[in-house]
Design a protein around this ligand. Structure first.
Ligand SMILES: [Zn+2]
Length: 160
């Protein structure tokens, strides 16, 4: 895997392997190498579908790892950044792109705060020292104003 251009590689059997370290610039997409994490799934999805277990692994990698570490990422297909058929018509790209449309941003006193966020039962929660904390509850505790902007999916908090 030493020369692998990607950061993660997912085998047919669902095994996730690391390629380049995340801090290293990838060689997976000319236009966005310097500002993206490359994930490659073994297979040719112009001809056949990825295996079920490969997709489970990919979903795990994105939801349970990457989105926690990099909460503001967008998910794009190789064909969105380079002129290529990759990942292929039989790869469910839209499903994975939709994962990030659920993403939420948190802005406190005008500054973007980089913490993992999630929506549970319609409430936005932030991961603060290993606990998921409801933002509205937190705002109440701090006596802060809180508002939600649907268009940009942003929680705005202002602490006086
Ligand atoms: Zn590709």
């Amino acid at each position: 895997m030493g020369r692998c251009g990607y950061h993660f590689f997912i085998r047919h059997d669902g095994t996730i392997e690391r390629g380049r370290p995340e801090w290293a610039v990838g060689a997976h997409s000319l236009t966005v190498n310097a500002r993206s994490i490359g994930i490659c799934l073994a297979g040719d999805f112009t001809i056949y579908q990825p295996s079920e277990i490969q997709l489970v692994s990919l979903e795990w990698l994105i939801n349970s790892y990457l989105l926690h570490k990099y909460p503001l990422i967008n998910i794009v297909g190789h064909s969105d950044t380079d002129s290529t058929q990759c990942p292929g018509i039989l790869f469910p790209l839209d499903k994975f792109k939709n994962i990030t449309s659920q993403l939420v941003k948190l802005i406190v006193n005008g500054r973007l705060v980089n913490v993992p966020l999630r929506i549970m039962d319609g409430r936005t929660e932030a991961l603060l020292s290993d606990n998921w904390v409801q933002l509205r509850e937190l705002a109440n505790m701090l006596g802060a104003d809180i508002s939600w902007d649907e268009l940009t999916r942003t929680v705005n908090m202002s602490i006086k």
